[in-house]
Design a binder for this molecule. Structure first.
Ligand code: COA
Length: 324
């Protein structure tokens, strides 16, 4: 049974933090951040705004666009996040309760590719008959786990959320392939602690994001290339069949490397990281929504998604767009 994206909604907090704002309290500059990352500004959640709040607003955005009936038949809710409100109850259960859904609920923790991982799980569950429709959300308040004294990470991340409904689509549409992967040997390059004071390999953990930028950069360029090529092949397509490339919005140089390897011109790549920074699991839905609003996505278009992140993990997918 073909399964794909049926509806999409997003939310970003209204508070904007520019590179100039950062330079007022960190030893950094707009010139450094722009040339190394492409990021100009990012959104920051209010002090009392958490992943659950952003997730609810993203779903409200989806309902405003597609109507209340979009939630009919949703019997699972998944929230992919790296900054949940609590260990438990899971953030998805809070969302399930908010919208009064008769649905199972779980959070998914897989670094920035979490939203793509969750789409893969949802697609499999619908194909197996374990769910009719799944509400798949990526919601992040990374500003709350950022060390604001660390210029090497504080300039990169932002807050936001994206929500999609996954369900049956007509023949010829929907997800054509998924590629999911992990290499835990690189876990020390990007981590934040919880209970254990150290991790295998002697990684010491703290309560804010730690990152070895150079190591993550090399890893990202490598897996963006291999995962996209594999996803296109698994979909039975060629690079030139890709209508739109929607990559994880982490760094313009990483996106450019992947774009060049795929032989795509910029017209076929969505980039909005200059406005939002890296919103982790929310980055692809926020970018996709912008592409839709800009009229860059049409029924039958083959979309290519790819992401990488903490774990280290990666994921890619090809989706043939269906417009009802
Ligand atoms: N402003 C000014 N200087 C900074 C800085 C900042 N915000 N952050 C780091 N620097 C300095 C470093 O201290 C270093 O100084 P040194 O040469 O005196 O030691 C210098 O800039 C170069 O640092 P380096 O880490 O080599 O820069 P880079 O070109 O690798 O760019 C990143 C750094 C973080 C932008 C880049 O490595 C990156 O994007 N990595 C991937 C990160 C990512 O995507 N993470 C999310 C995964 S989901």
């Amino acid at each position: 049974m073909p399964v794909g994206l049926l509806a999409l909604g997003t939310y970003v907090p209204s508070k904007v933090l520019t590179n100039e704002d950062l330079a007022s309290f960190l030893d950094t500059s707009d010139e450094w951040i722009t040339s190394r990352t492409g990021i100009k500004e990012r959104r920051i959640a209010e002090i009392n705004e958490f992943a659950y709040d952003l997730a609810v607003k993203a779903v409200e955005g989806l309902l405003a666009r597609h109507g209340e009936e979009a939630l009919e038949g949703v019997d699972q809710v998944v929230v992919a996040t790296n900054a949940p409100d609590a260990f438990f109850p899971n953030t998805a259960a809070l969302v399930q309760n908010h919208f009064g859904l008769n649905a199972a609920a779980y959070d998914l923790l897989a670094g920035c590719p979490g939203w793509l991982y969750a789409l893969a799980q949802a697609t499999g569950q619908v194909q197996m008959g374990l769910a009719r429709k799944v509400l798949v959300i990526g919601a992040e308040v990374l500003s709350k786990i950022t060390d604001w004294r660390d210029r090497s990470t504080a300039v990169l991340f932002g807050d936001g959320a994206g929500a999609a409904i996954v369900g049956p689509v007509p023949e010829g549409f929907g997800f054509r392939s998924f590629v999911l992967g992990a290499d835990g040997s690189g876990g020390g390059a990007l981590h934040m602690g919880a209970l254990a004071s150290s991790l295998p390999g002697g990684v010491r953990t703290g309560r804010t994001i730690y990152m070895n930028g150079r190591e993550v950069f090399k890893f990202a360029v490598r897996v963006m290339d291999t995962a996209t090529v594999e996803a296109i092949e698994k979909a039975g397509l060629k690079k030139e069949d890709i209508s739109l490339f929607v990559p994880h919005q982490a760094n313009l140089r990483i996106v450019d490397a992947a774009r060049a390897r795929l032989g795509l011109d910029w017209e076929r790549v969505i980039v909005n990281l200059h406005k939002y920074g890296n919103t982790s699991t929310a980055s692809i839905p926020i970018a996709l929504k912008e592409a839709l609003e800009a009229g860059k996505v049409h029924s039958g278009d083959h979309l290519l998604f790819v992401s990488f992140g903490a774990g280290l993990t990666w994921a890619a997918a090809v989706h043939t767009w269906y417009e009802a």
